[in-house]
Ligand binder design. Structure first.
Ligand code: FAD
Length: 533
């Protein structure tokens, strides 16, 4: 982590050392002819390099620590939504990692590449280089797998099956009874079905993009990393992005890019930086006293996110779940076990099983992703903090993969420290409501199978009394939470409305984050972000 000596020039400047930024810093600096500057607003993810937050950063690397780190203020941007009309006017926490590795340091570690059909659709919409055939080689060269490396990439993927619980195996059998195929690999040719989740974990430790891509290359002479440094403006030469202005403590500086500036600040922050710098809707920018460089009203529009609605089941007293391991002597035993073997409770990710299904016969490819975990949290309605219940429990959390609801993220001030006005409009589109209702019926169909008879005692949330679509919808509106997979605010493409800057003629800069996704791919969000890098 170095300081800049003004004036200094780089071939590439990357803004944001999150999922995309770490991958890109690695790939670009692999060529010794490139000089690369990586600028990150937050602190280091290594405890010994971030003593002020040593405990918090230590928890990043312990997989089960995600239940704590996702709600740790020191590791996040602390964004909140506007009151959301589709979820009873609730204000949602919009989690974004603010630490090296970005969201990959606090996320649920689920590794899903997404459906080939979605990438082919993006390609049809004008996103050149994004067809399924185009993206597959990048996925293959990014990931390795334990046990047995499928390919030689830096990012390690481990199956949750190695530590899977008995009740999860019963869920798999129940799925089979409900005509849902059991798959070996949800990243293979067929996604529809149920399988042990793949997790970005290596030897019982979270394998964030900071750990996989950045830490090993920090000694490269042609790479400079600045932490604790907020980029608050893109600097232009005419309409060409030529560098950035940054703030580090009380120091404000400028640095120039000879080649390209790459925005990797994430869905909310990249569109924020574009607008702060004069790329956005001219009228909106004028009102805030910002000179318009490019009038591009789509910047900050087209925001979409996944939202999930968790259903929980009380398990019979003799059935083992994660809940009972999280307290007292059992927890102490798990800590010792982890210290010795890197296995057990502390090596667990956010889910054990993943299920992909279609919400109805009219849908061509899976549009429901379901997270299944033999654990239940006490705060069932909305809160992000995860404290396990005392009795054994099982959670099924379906989400609609291709939301139709659209929102926005726009700056409210010319001050980069002020969060944008963010409204996702969760569940305002009828299609999103119908798909979630279908997801919940599917959960009940699985839970009713004989394979789970000896495991499930009763449905806890929403409970069997909630038996009409209206009642279920009321439950969804009151309890659904974002999955933190926002996309779309700087969408790529070749049409005039595309907000992405590399496509619209004001060269020198490109956007390389989840924000550029045209729409939600049929998966979780991190892995597709690796391809964008
Ligand atoms: C709680 C949670 C759980 C999730 N679970 C999963 C999961 O299990 N599987 C999955 O695939 N996806 C998951 N996701 C989504 C996935 O992690 C993100 O979509 C992906 O990591 C986004 O990558 P990114 O590079 O676009 O942004 P980020 O990873 O957010 O990186 C942006 C980086 O830029 C920095 N930055 C921002 N603005 C500036 C600025 N102006 N100056 C300098 N630095 C700046 C930020 O501090 C951050 O480090 C989850 C996300 C969250 C929050």
């Amino acid at each position: 982590v170095k300081k800049l000596t003004d004036p200094e020039h780089f071939d590439y400047i990357i803004v944001g050392a999150g999922s995309a930024g770490c991958v890109l810093a690695n790939r670009l600096s692999n060529d010794p002819r490139n000089s690369v500057l990586l600028i990150e607003a937050s602190g280091d993810d290594r405890p010994w390099r971030n003593l002020r937050h040593a405990w918090d950063t230590m928890m990043i690397h312990v997989p089960v620590g995600f239940a704590r780190t996702l709600a740790t203020p020191a590791l996040g941007w602390g964004y909140k939504s506007q009151p959301e009309p589709g979820t009873e006017g609730r204000i949602h926490e919009l989690l974004r990692g603010k630490v090296l590795g970005g969201c990959s340091s606090i996320n649920g570690m689920i590794y899903v590449r997404g459906q080939p059909e979605d990438y082919d659709h993006w390609r049809q919409l004008g996103a050149t280089g994004w067809s399924s055939d185009d993206v597959l080689p990048y996925f293959l060269r990014s990931a390795a797998r334990t046990p047995g490396a499928a390919s030689g990439g830096p990012l390690n993927v481990t199956s949750a099956g190695s530590g899977g619980m008995d009740v999860s195996r019963a869920v798999m059998r129940a799925c089979e009874q409900a005509d849902i195929p059991i798959r070996k690999d949800l990243n293979g040719a067929e996604q529809e079905g149920v399988a042990w989740a793949d997790l970005t974990v290596r030897n019982g430790r979270r394998h964030s993009t900071a750990v996989a891509y950045l830490h090993p290359i920090l000694n490269r002479k042609n790479l400079k990393l600045l932490t604790g440094t907020l980029v608050d403006r893109i600097l232009f030469k005419g309409k060409r992005a030529a560098g950035v202005r940054y703030v580090s403590g009380s120091h404000t500086g400028e640095v120039r890019a000879r080649g390209e500036l790459v925005l990797c600040g994430g869905t909310y922050n990249s569109s924020q930086l574009l607008e702060l710098s004069g790329i956005g809707d001219g009228g909106r920018l004028r009102e805030l006293g910002i000179e318009t460089i490019v009038h591009q009203p789509q910047v900050g529009e087209n925001l979409q996110d996944h939202v999930l609605s968790a259903m929980t089941f009380r398990l019979k007293p003799h059935v083992a779940s994660v809940n009972e391991l999280t307290r007292g002597l059992r927890l102490a035993r798990e800590v010792v076990k982890y210290a010795g073997t890197r296995r057990g409770l502390l090596a667990r990710g956010s889910v054990e099983l993943l299920l992909f299904a279609r919400s109805g016969p009219q849908v061509a490819t899976p549009d429901i992703q379901m997270h299944i975990m033999p654990a239940t949290k006490t705060s069932a309605t909305g809160a992000q903090h995860m404290v396990a219940e005392i009795e054994p429990g099982l959670t099924f959390a379906p989400c609609h993969l291709r939301p139709e609801s659209r929102g926005h993220s726009h700056i409210q001030s010319s001050d980069a420290a002020m969060q944008s006005d963010i409204l996702d409009n969760y569940l305002t589109a009828v299609e999103d409501q119908t798909a979630l209702l279908a997801g919940m019926s599917l959960v009940r169909a699985i839970a009713a199978q004989s394979a789970l008879k000896d495991y499930i005692e009763y449905e806890k949330m929403p409970g069997t009394k909630c038996d009409s679509d209206a009642a279920l919808m009321a439950f969804i509106r009151a309890s659904a939470t974002p999955m933190h997979h926002p996309v779309g605010t700087c969408r790529m493409g070749s049409d005039d409305a595309a907000g992405s800057i590399h496509s619209s003629g004001h060269g020198g800069s490109r956007d390389c984050v989840s924000s550029m996704g045209r729409s939600c791919p049929g998966s979780s969000r991190e892995t597709p972000t690796h391809r964008s890098s």
